[in-house]
Design a protein around this ligand. Structure first.
Ligand SMILES: C[S@@+](CC[C@H](N)C(=O)[O-])C[C@H]1O[C@@H](n2cnc3c(N)ncnc32)[C@H](O)[C@@H]1O
Length: 253
């Protein structure tokens, strides 16, 4: 089993190395409307005032949220498995001195115990085939009372091609086992060079794994467009056919 997990982690990293420049373009040209008009605001609202806090941006990608939190006064460490994305984050001209970036897997963090006030996982969990090791690492590096905020695809409702309007329920036989959806990103008409697998697990997995790692779930939110966005903008009507995102806030006991 361990060999399979390692092989999947290696493949995930290789796919993200292949997608690195694509991802930099998507983020820096602000092409992903799910982020720019919905999930970023939901995440920042959950984070609140982070001035003076030590924050881990886990799976930081090209670093835009790390830069944002550093500009708000946080001391941010960004880690990501893909060297191409860490290089992009480290060399960004607007990088604040308070944001540093390291290539590492969230499953084996080269960081000391009890170091952070907040661990932020923005669109990371669906890229982890089995997030239990990462959750254990987040528990280890957070101080008691620190928070884990994770924004991910909604495990109950997200289906293949939801971004293109596909909506359906998830049959129980699929819902209660880890399910992987293989697809390329298609953002604003741009297709990613590499396939990505999005992994989804049932809600009880999140609750149980967080509990066993010493967390208490403090809040569960489901970021969604406003009535006005759905009424006035056909892009949202097509692109949000079902609840697509889940945001969990958990506190380290
Ligand atoms: C959808 S991107 C999100 C990046 C960034 N948080 C953002 O919102 O733009 C998922 C990221 O997770 C990273 N990733 C996947 N598996 C990882 C792992 N085991 N450890 C660290 N990063 C990982 C990928 O390299 C990629 O940058």
């Amino acid at each position: 089993m361990e060999d399979t997990a390692q092989a999947i982690a290696k493949l995930t990293r290789a796919r993200w190395e292949a997608n690195a420049q694509y991802w930099v373009k998507i983020i820096r040209e602000r092409r992903d409307r799910y982020r720019t008009e919905l999930t970023d605001a939901a995440v920042l609202d959950a984070v609140g005032d982070c001035s003076g806090q030590r924050v881990l941006d886990a799976g930081c990608g090209e670093g835009y949220l790390a830069r944002r939190l550093a500009a708000m006064g946080a001391e941010v460490t960004g880690v990501d498995a893909a060297q191409g994305l860490i290089d992009a984050a480290s060399s960004h001209p607007a990088r604040e001195g308070r944001a540093t970036f390291t290539r590492a897997s969230v499953e084996d963090l080269p960081l000391e115990d009890d170091r952070f006030d907040l661990v932020l996982c923005n669109h990371l969990f669906s890229h982890l085939q089995d997030p239990s090791r990462a959750i254990g690492e987040f528990s280890r590096v957070l101080r008691s009372g620190g928070r884990l905020i994770l924004l991910t695809l909604h495990p109950c409702f997200y289906v293949e091609n939801a971004e293109q309007g596909a909506a359906s329920s998830v049959p129980a036989a699929q819902y209660f086992t880890p399910r992987g959806i293989d697809q390329r990103f298609m953002v604003d008409g741009l297709e990613s060079p590499s396939m990505i697998t999005s992994w989804l697990r049932p809600l009880e997995y999140y609750a149980g794994t967080l509990r066993d790692a010493g967390f208490v779930i403090a809040d569960l939110r489901e970021p969604h467009p406003t009535e006005e966005q759905l009424r006035d903008d056909p892009w949202w009507r097509k692109g949000f056919p079902t609840a697509m995102f889940m945001l969990l806030i958990a506190e380290r006991r």
